[in-house]
Design a protein around this ligand. Structure first.
Ligand code: NA7
Length: 540
């Protein structure tokens, strides 16, 4: 006997920052029948999976949270300027409990396929548990960075120790007293290095590209500050949403080339002392990410700090990046200082490549065998598209999302794709480049508002037009080309994956402009969308 699929109004995939809030909006505010599916054994998304030593948000904790609820803003206080992984997970657990969402989150369940039926305008979702659900709306809240990638290195399967990716760190896995190697020195790797060095017998860092890392400036939040935040949070969040990167500071409007050398150094020094990577890149001067001269000024300042901090000149040399300072800015505590420890070895794989992984460790071209108990991959993710490609998503005419995207994923506003009616993506390709929680919240609010409008107005399907998707994608591409980010290899352009076509995955216009654009589209009765009324073919 075949079981009838369970019908819901909406399905949310993922129970991280975005999925939790989406569930709250849909169920508690719109009153729709909705269920969230989460492949993890717990809620939290990124913060469930990334349990590696040192895992933390590297934007200020006061902006690494939701802002939609005044009471929640008042009652939850962070201890320090930066929130650690266990603290963020505890926060998300608190939110789930506070808004009574747990009963509508189905854990340990992977949605394997989503199929759109053009006659009924319903999506059918199939899970790895053999269940089937139909729904009018589907919201993908899969996380932009949730499909870990491993480098293709000979002998990887032969390693007799433990291999682990930072994005799938087993609960309770302890590296204390072990000989550990880590491949990758991005935001994750650099966080891991500082924490792991203090725990392990020996840490070998395999660095491909040297990174610009500025201090985080972590410190406890004072009682006065917390009180001020509680009282003035509305004003505070207004500034966040009126800014570009949504990190809680005002971006600079001055070119680094407009001021004297002394003034430039003074501002860099001040930011270095205060800490925070986004501040160093966007708060000191307006054009570090755009003007090669300004970029070099910032880059050489950081290189001079490396030379001051790292005692061994050869290690300092290896740690100094020579390319543009134009990847996602990184900050953490004591990164370069870590290389002064006796139990830390740096291997530059550009100068001395990894030849193979053996049962006992890693062998490099110079013939050294690095003996390891644990090999950690901090090698990043297939951003945006990776998580969607894992699901067999079929829209109109049976076309898959994977086919539709091909080598260069596109979207309209980061939230919708032509041919996939009533399917919304939170942080799909070409979403705004900014601190994530405010960006996710912006998109979730907009998706909820759109679903509410469609239900109220009897609109059967909301679908991005092909022209709007093309235009948005082309605009994002053009905007990105002005940035020096386009000239470095990183996940932001999908160029962290060998053989992948380089293309932007972001809208670089900032969160204020992005929010304005979303408002304009609603005001113009969903310009760029086809709103298909029940019974009448198309009304825009
Ligand atoms: P990232 O930023 O993609 O960093 C991955 C790191 O792994 C980076 O240092 C890479 O070097 C390195 N890598 C990747 N493949 C290899 C191979 N084959 N050999 C050596 N090294 C390699 O991922 P993260 O997890 O650090 O951060 C992702 C985002 O999460 C971050 O931006 C924040 O938004 C949070 P490369 O630089 O490519 O030479």
């Amino acid at each position: 006997m075949t079981r009838k699929p369970t019908h819901l109004d909406a399905i949310v995939i993922g129970a991280g920052f975005a999925g939790i809030y989406m569930l709250h909006k849909l169920r508690n505010e719109l009153g729709v029948r909705v269920r969230a599916f989460e492949r993890g054994t717990g809620i939290g998304g990124t913060w469930h999976w990334n349990r590696y030593p040192g895992a933390a948000a590297d934007v200020d904790s006061i902006v690494y949270r939701y802002s939609f609820d005044s009471d929640l803003l008042r009652e939850w206080n962070w201890k320090n300027r930066y929130a650690t992984q266990p603290e963020i997970l505890a926060y998300l657990e608190h939110v789930v409990d506070r808004f009574e969402l747990r009963e509508d989150i189905q854990l340990d369940t992977t949605v394997e396929s989503l199929t759109f039926d053009e006659d009924s305008n319903l999506w059918t979702a199939r899970t790895d548990r053999g269940e089937e659900f139909t729904a009018t709306y589907v919201v993908g809240a899969l996380g932009p960075l949730s499909t870990p990638i491993f480098p293709d290195i000979e002998g990887r399967d032969s390693f007799a120790g433990t291999q682990v990716h930072t994005g799938a760190w087993p609960e309770g896995f302890d590296i204390t007293g072990k000989k550990v190697g880590v491949i990758g020195t991005g935001s994750t790797g650099t966080q891991f290095v500082g924490a792991a060095a203090r725990m392990t017998e020996h840490l070998t860092v395999f660095q491909r590209s040297a990174q610009y890392v500025v201090p985080a400036g972590d410190a406890p939040l004072s009682d006065e500050f917390i009180e001020d935040y509680r009282e003035n949070h509305e004003q505070f969040w207004k500034q966040v949403f009126d800014s570009r990167v949504a990190c809680g500071f005002q971006e600079s409007e001055t070119s680094a080339m407009e001021v004297s050398v002394e003034e430039r150094e003074r501002r860099f020094e001040e930011s270095w002392e205060k800490g925070n990577g986004f501040h160093f890149m966007f708060g000191t001067f307006a054009d570090i990410a755009f003007n090669p001269e300004s970029n070099e000024a910032a880059a050489s300042f950081i290189r001079s700090k490396i030379a001051e901090i790292v005692r061994d000149p050869e290690t300092a040399r290896k740690l100094m990046p020579t390319d543009f300072y134009a990847k996602r800015p990184i900050c953490n505590t004591g990164y370069y200082e870590t290389y002064n420890r006796d139990n830390v070895t740096l291997v530059s794989t550009k100068e001395n490549p990894i030849v193979r992984i053996t049962p006992t460790g890693v062998e490099t071209e110079d013939g050294t065998r690095h003996d390891l108990d644990v090999l950690v991959f901090a090698t990043g993710y297939e951003a945006m598209q990776g998580s969607y490609n894992r699901i067999d998503i079929r829209g109109r005419g049976g076309v898959t999302l994977k086919e539709h995207w091909g080598e260069a994923p596109s979207s309209y506003l980061g939230v919708a794709t032509t041919g996939f009616p009533n399917l919304f993506t939170v942080f799909g390709p070409n979403s705004v480049f900014s601190n994530l929680p405010p960006a996710l919240q912006t998109q979730v609010d907009w998706i909820a508002e759109t679903i509410e409008a469609a239900r109220r107005r009897g609109i059967a399907t909301v679908e991005a037009t092909a022209a709007a998707e093309e235009e948005w994608t082309a605009m994002c591409r053009e905007m990105a080309e002005h940035s020096l980010f386009a000239q470095t290899d990183s996940w932001i352009f999908g160029s962290n994956i060998p053989g992948k076509k380089r293309r932007t995955l972001f809208y670089f216009g900032g969160i204020a402009a992005y929010r304005e654009k979303l408002r304009e589209i609603v005001a113009a009765d969903y310009e760029g969308f086809t709103l298909d009324h029940e019974g009448s073919p198309t009304a825009a």
